[in-house]
Each structure stands twice: as C-alpha cells, then as structure tokens.
Design a protein around this ligand. Structure first.
Ligand SMILES: Cc1ncc(COP(=O)(O)O)c(C=O)c1O
Length: 368
C-alpha cells in the first residue's frame, strides 16, 4: 500500500515550469534579484495585500533578518508551541526568548498572559499564527503600543489567510512567511517578509545581500538570503494554481470535520470568526481520559495502515536538548499539554476523500 504522509508537495504541470524557466537559458541571470524574483515579489505583494514585501531564500532567514533589521535587543516574548525555527531565530540573534503560554482554543499566544512577562529588557513580541490560526492581533497591537514593543509575526503557516478582510501580513511591524515545499504556497525553499516601514525594508534588503550598497561598499554586516530565479519561477507557476488548491484543501478539511466533529475527546482546529482560512493543517487534540485512547495509540493504528500522521508540534521548542536546563516547560502548562495530545493528520490538495474517510475510520476505531 502506498504511504500516505502528513503532507505532499504540490507541483505545477511539468511543461508549465519548463516554459517558465526557458528564458533563463537566454538571460543567464540565475539569481541576484533577477526578473523572476521581481515579478514574484510584485505578484505576492498584490496577492497578500501588503504595503511592502521582501523575498528570502527561506522562512527561517526571513525571521532572523527581520529581527536584525529591527535592531531588537534583550528579551522577546514568544511561544514554545511552534516549529524549531521560531525559537532558534530568536536565540541565534543573541536574544532571550520568554515563553508565554498558548490559548487552548486556537493554540496561538494567549494575549492575556503577555503583559505579566514584560520587563525593562523586553524589546518585542514574536507570536506565531500556528496552523494558520490567527493570533489575537488586536490585543497584541494594544499591548505593543502601550509598552513600545515591536511585533514580528511568524506567519509561516498563514499564506493567503485573511482576518476581517485584511491579509494577515498587515498586522504588527513585520510578518514572516515560509514558502517551504510543504507549505500551502511554495517556491521549494523560500520565504518573505511583509512590512510597512521603508527604512526597515531598506535594511532588510541589504541584510539578505551581504549588506552591500553597491559594487564598492557594504554598510551592514549582512549574510546571503536571496531567492534565486529557478525558485522564483516555481512560485510564479504555483501562484496560478493556488486558489484551486486552497479550494481543494477546504473540501478535504470539511470531510474530516464531518466525521471527527463532535466526537467526545477529540478537539478540532477551530473555525475562527472573521478568518478566511488557507486550510494548511488538520491537527486534532486527543484527550485520552474521554476518548479512551491516547495520541500514540491513534498514531500507531494509522501507521499500521501506512498512514503517517505527525506529532506536530511535539516537543515544545523549550524542551529541545539544545536548550537543556535553560527553560522551564512547566511555565507554559497548556502548551505542554497540547503538545502531548496533538496529532496532525494528512492534508494536501490531492488527498482523495475516500482516504480521508479511511483515516477517520481508523481514528474512530481507536475509541473505547
Ligand atoms: C512556524 C514556522 N516558522 C518558521 C518556519 C521556517 O520556515 P522555512 O522552513 O521556510 O525556513 C517554519 C517552517 O517550516 C514553521 O513551520
């Protein structure tokens, strides 16, 4: 039986990609902000409705570059219920992550717990729109304004998500997207920062290109985080199909919800009011005491049928061995509990609905 993985990368028709890269053989301009890069930047800026947008070689370096361009120092309030990248970006920038607990209903930062974590060393809040769920952007903005803090959103999961009609990229000082191969929209590897402040943007653009100002000087100690033309071409192709792909994802999610909604002991990812979702992930949170089986039992039952769900996100980033002894995961008890109960089920546009039915059948067969 073919393996069903938690995700499967989408690809445009082969001929479409070949046609898109054909002219690179004439221009020989393969990277360094060429024509494809600029075209993709403008198309994404329009698509995401952001004032400004800078492309990056991946989402992780977009976060590190945004932190550096913003000149953050000291402490950054964030959550440990995320992918390694969010926390690593803060620590690799020489800053201290201060972990805030999450909202048990949508798994994003619990905005009511942020203020008690603010000290004179706090310079920013770095919340994650986890699974594409939108953080409490209004409360976060209110706090940031009151304490003069910067806000950088990890928007890696949120391509195309809108809140009250506005793209998620329009909240905070910057929003960092990932265009990794497994994401709703991808450039194989890639990322972007959506932002408003032009001075910040100028620094950001420089930092991704060795800090160069031109051929004769570098005014910043920058790195290299440029998106090349071949990957920009993949993005241009992907964009032509994205609406159809999100619509297909929606059908898969609806099928899951029909069968797993209302099952005692299974909490589904919420449908958030005023949010237009991108249907990026389908996490379920299993309460063993009510459901009668735990997350591992369900995962094992699925794996026996070649269906590979993921404990996404487990463990908390604050529990990684590289941070041993540095953080106390007990200080974010809800995040800890969710990470022990969550199971992310397969979801991608080409996932057949009869496979979704099979997955749901296996999950429900574990119920005691
Ligand atoms: C929440 C989150 N932040 C950041 C990243 C990093 O993005 P990338 O893999 O494009 O570097 C990811 C990626 O998978 C992610 O899930």
């Amino acid at each position: 039986m073919d393996n069903i993985n938690v995700t499967r990368s989408t690809l445009p028709p082969y001929e479409e990609y070949c046609a898109e890269i054909r002219e690179l053989w004439d221009s020989r301009w393969l990277t360094n902000m060429g024509a494809k890069h600029e075209k993709l930047r403008l198309e994404l800026k329009n698509r995401l409705g952001s004032e400004h947008l800078e492309l990056f070689t991946n989402g992780h370096l977009s976060i590190e570059s945004a932190i550096e361009a913003m000149g953050l120092a000291g402490e950054v309030i964030t959550t440990p219920f995320t992918f390694a990248s969010t926390t690593h970006a803060i620590v690799r920038s020489g800053l201290d992550p201060i972990f805030c607990d999450i909202d048990p209903a949508n798994f994003t930062i619990d905005a009511t717990k942020i203020e008690s974590l603010i000290t004179e060393k706090t310079s920013a809040i770095l919340p994650v729109h986890v699974y594409g769920n939108v953080c409490d952007v209004e409360a976060i903005q209110h706090i940031a304004k009151k304490y003069h803090l910067k806000v950088i959103y990890d928007a890696a999961h949120t391509f195309g998500v809108r809140y009250k009609g506005r793209s998620v990229g329009n909240f905070g000082d910057a929003s960092c997207f990932s265009f990794h191969a497994t994401k709703v929209f991808h450039t194989i590897e890639g990322g972007a920062v959506a932002y408003r402040d032009e001075d910040f943007g100028r620094r950001l653009a420089k930092l991704k290109n060795f800090g160069l100002d031109g051929p004769d000087d570098a005014s910043e100690i920058g790195g290299n985080a440029k998106l090349d033309e071949f990957r920009a071409a993949m993005g241009l192709c992907d964009l032509r199909h994205i609406d159809e792909e999100i619509a297909t994802r929606k059908r898969v999610v609806e099928r899951y919800r029909e069968q797993l909604g209302g099952v005692p002991g299974i909490q589904l990812n919420p449908i958030q009011p005023d949010v237009m979702s991108n249907y990026a992930y389908f996490p379920i949170v299993i309460n063993e005491a009510v459901f009668g089986a735990d997350r591992s039992q369900v995962m094992t039952a699925l794996a026996a049928q070649s269906i590979h769900a993921r404990k996404y996100f487990y463990p908390l980033t604050s529990e990684f061995s590289c941070y041993k002894g540095r953080f106390d995961p007990g200080r974010t008890p809800i995040a800890k509990q969710v990470s022990r109960r969550v199971l992310t089920l397969p979801l991608y546009p080409e996932l057949p609905l009869d496979i979704v039915d099979r997955i749901c059948g296996i999950v429900l067969s574990c119920k005691k």
